[in-house]
Design a binder for this molecule. Sequence first.
Ligand code: ASP
Length: 297
Amino acid sequence: MGYKLISTWKMSFHKMSEAKRMLKIKYSLQEIIEAVIMDVEDNPDFHSVGYGGLPNNEGEVELDAGYMDGDSLAFGAVSAVKNIRNPILVASSLTKGKTNNHLTGKGAEKYAKENGFKTRRMLTGKAKEKYLDKVKENSHDTVCVIGKDLNGSMAVGVSTSGLFMKHPGRVGDSPIIGSGFYCDSQIGGVAATGIGEDIMRGCLSISTVNYMRQGLNAQQACEKALFTYLERVNNEPEAISLIALDAKGNYGACSTLADFPFVILDENNEARLMVYLGNEKRIVEADQKWLANYKGD
Ligand code: ASP
């Protein structure tokens, strides 16, 4: 059984389509996951992740990221960090410690600077303009990547600027292990995107992994975790999406949205942009018509 990757949103497609070439030149799974996420973090046109991300209600960009190694179950995360160029790299480096795995705010920034991670002023002119206009646009997403390598090792990484106009210090699900991400190479990996508070109330990543542990495949587990939770909270949450990859290599995705795009890649195929259609509860490959109508990142 070969290599597999799955990632959230169309914004991850660009680097996912290069990941196959990276596989051939033998990058590690961690390097590939980091490369896909950094490509989105560094792109100012995506307003929900990294450079160009939309700010909090004081006009400052605060970033969250997490990483988990499915072999050792080691995890690392940073939350509410300012002016760190690639939060995913700081998060993944924190997997090495037995303690201090999740650092937040000033402490996380101090660690990043002491350890030579690049800094950058993350607020772009365009993001500042949107802030000054107070356009209350629905701009929040998380780039999430789950992978499995040829040895069956699995890992997951996530990165986001969280909700536009959030309160300073607000931390969403993304850097919270079990909510925004979870990965166990023996079972599978899961990551979430959407309104963090709604995802955290259901601890949806570990919940989905636990359904896989009971024998459901990645798709069945995403559906079971999301729909059971939605029923419990009276279908209130408007924006929750999940992706999963099980240890057998099956992909899964599920969402409350009418259209949730995600990308899949394996060693026999080029990267493919897929869409979970929330109203029809099924997955299709994105075609030209869908691409022409899609307005999101
Ligand atoms: N889950 C992120 C947060 O709440 C945002 C998103 O993925 O849409 O911070």
